[in-house]
Design a binder for this molecule. Structure first.
Ligand SMILES: Cc1cc2nc3c(=O)[nH]c(=O)nc-3n(C[C@H](O)[C@H](O)[C@H](O)COP(=O)(O)OP(=O)(O)OC[C@H]3O[C@@H](n4cnc5c(N)ncnc54)[C@H](O)[C@@H]3O)c2cc1C
Length: 523
């Protein structure tokens, strides 16, 4: 099959050209689901020289992948669980994730960065316990370690988080993990796939699978923006629909046994700057045995998360009970309590967990990924954001093994650089000079070495007073990052929707007017 034409880094992302191409072109792989898993599989397959189509019925990253805790981590809690339950599988999962962590930090340093976290501890034995456990975390990372864990004094804890209630504390243990901008990282992955010739379509829903000789050979999709039906033929269909995995599996085989459990987790963005020096806090245990993160994130303080059984929903939202839960438990560690008045935004996501009938809580379910092949359709599910590259490699290995006719090279995603980390750094830095400091910092953090291309799209005037978002970003989001609707821009391109509801309301009308202008341009 012919390789699709690649797009230059400065070229627009024209949705209609992807629709037209898919009407006339068969592909090697049709990937259903444009979250971390699907975008990862697309990049892996492209790196092996395969042709790829990627569809999502919502916006790219609108599912779980923009609603995470934003940590690139092995998971300190999983390591603890691995030891407590002598679970070698969990131990391996932590080790693997720690290796992938370093790779993600290198792929897009503007979107992923190292973060120091401190665990406050209430008794001397606890101090030794966490020092030992986090030392082990360092050892597991080996040469990929980001920094050394160490015991911190109460003074140091107070410097990191002046609102902490120091009285019951004996000190803390600090360690390093990674943090990232999950939605923008994912959008950069999809943009990279476009630049490597993939046909990608958001708002394209798989309604039915096409079967030939009882083998899945494509999908019947609806372009939700035009209502047009598209039949996409592929040598292999890959199901990367996260929480919706079973829905696609039962399209191939109505008798397929359900394998997914879904749990919800919420986060709250607070207006108060609890973490003045940029270090995060890992609250080691709540009275119901969970952990909570208090994290600096894009100028706000992010606190989460919960882990409760949930139903499938396209728009999971934080309930009043969820919000009360977080505020109550975080306040148990703070001398200056947070209140609902301090909240600037909330969001909720659904974890795609692979079921285990013997586990009573969703917190105990494995975060490992699973790959299955049913009627020629390969399903990749479970796992974590942090391990997307490794998950995609395993998945495409299975695709290639079970379809030897595919002319695939070896996986080549180990050293990839995403858009924003593979362009003209000097040009971007020069263009940012002279802008207000907060705007320049924000634009670099969001667009890296493509910031100058964003600025070329229009005015650097602010969209709202005292916020770093600028007008040129709206055109960029629509023309270069595949945004089709207002929510695509505010939640997954600018990220303001996750951070500040009031600012989001002020920006919405401006986005709508640019979208309308753009729609009339193409009409
Ligand atoms: C609260 C929370 C916190 C988390 N924190 C972290 C963290 O800090 N670090 C970490 O590594 N991991 C974290 N995770 C896990 C991580 O976010 C997920 O494992 C990952 O995002 C799952 O990605 P996915 O692509 O499998 O699913 P999704 O991102 O949900 O993507 C699936 C996509 O499939 C699409 N789809 C569904 N049905 C169809 C259809 N019929 N046709 C077309 N498209 C369809 C959906 O629209 C969706 O976009 C967290 C998860 C949650 C919920």
């Amino acid at each position: 099959m012919s390789q699709a034409a690649a797009v230059k880094s400065s070229q627009c992302w024209e949705r209609q050209s992807h629709v037209d191409a898919l009407k006339s072109t068969d592909v090697d792989l049709l990937v259903i689901g444009g979250g971390a898993s699907g975008a990862g599989v697309a990049l892996d397959a492209l790196s092996r020289g395969l042709t790829v189509a990627l569809v999502d019925r919502q916006d790219f990253m609108a599912g779980t992948s923009s609603r995470s805790t934003k940590l690139i981590h092995g998971g300190v809690r999983y390591l603890e669980q691995a030891f407590k339950s002598f679970d070698y599988g969990k131990y391996q999962l932590v080790k693997e994730a720690l290796h992938e962590r370093k790779r993600m930090l290198k792929m897009a340093p503007h979107l992923a960065w190292p973060l120091t976290l401190i665990t406050p501890v209430k008794n001397p034995i606890g101090l030794l316990y966490y020092r030992f456990g986090l030392g082990l975390y360092d050892i597991l990372a080996g040469s990929e370690r980001l920094g050394k864990s160490r015991i911190e004094s109460k003074d140091e804890l107070s410097r990191a988080c002046p609102s902490l209630d120091l009285k019951p504390l004996k000190g803390g243990v600090s360690y390093m993990d990674g943090q990232f901008d999950d939605a923008r990282f994912g959008i950069a992955m999809v943009r990279s796939a476009v630049e490597q010739g993939a046909h990608v379509l958001n708002y394209t829903k798989v309604d039915e699978l096409i079967l030939s000789d009882d083998r899945v050979s494509g999908a019947r999709c609806t372009d939700e923006l035009s209502g047009e039906v598209l039949n996409i033929n592929a040598r292999v269909v890959v199901n990367c629909t996260g929480p919706w995995t079973d829905k696609i599996r039962t399209m191939a085989d109505p008798a397929a046994k359900p394998m997914m459990t879904v749990s919800s987790g919420i986060h709250i963005s607070f207006n108060k700057n609890l973490l003045p020096d940029g270090r995060g806090i890992l609250v080691p245990e709540t009275d119901d045995g969970r952990v909570l993160f208090i994290l600096p994130w894009l100028g706000k303080t992010l606190v989460g998360t919960t882990d409760d059984p949930a139903n499938l929903s396209d728009t999971p939202t934080a309930t009043d009970d969820d919000i009360d839960y977080i505020i109550k438990h975080v306040n148990e560690w703070l001398a200056e309590p947070l209140s609902r008045d301090d909240i600037s935004a909330t969001f909720s996501g659904l974890r795609p967990l692979v079921s285990n009938p013997s586990e009573s809580s969703t917190g105990g379910l494995s975060r490992d990924h699973v790959i299955i092949n049913e009627k020629g359709m390969v399903t990749l599910t479970g796992g974590k954001w942090t391990t997307w590259r490794n998950m995609a490699e395993d998945c495409v290995n299975e695709v290639v093994k079970s379809n030897p006719e595919l002319k695939a090279g070896a996986c080549n995603t180990y050293e990839i650089r995403l858009p924003g980390a593979n362009g003209d750094k000097a040009a971007a830095e020069a263009a940012l000079k002279g802008l207000p400091e907060d705007v320049a910092t924000y634009l670099w953090q969001a667009y890296g070495d493509r910031a100058h291309l964003v600025l070329k799209q229009g005015s650097s005037d602010r969209l709202v007073d005292n916020q770093p978002y600028i007008k040129a970003e709206l055109d960029w989001a629509i023309k270069f990052e595949g945004a089709c609707k207002v929510d695509d821009v505010v939640y997954r391109r600018l990220r303001v929707g996750m951070l500040d509801e009031a600012a989001t309301q002020s920006i919405r009308a401006q986005v709508a007017s640019v979208l309308e202008a753009d729609a009339s341009e193409t009409a």
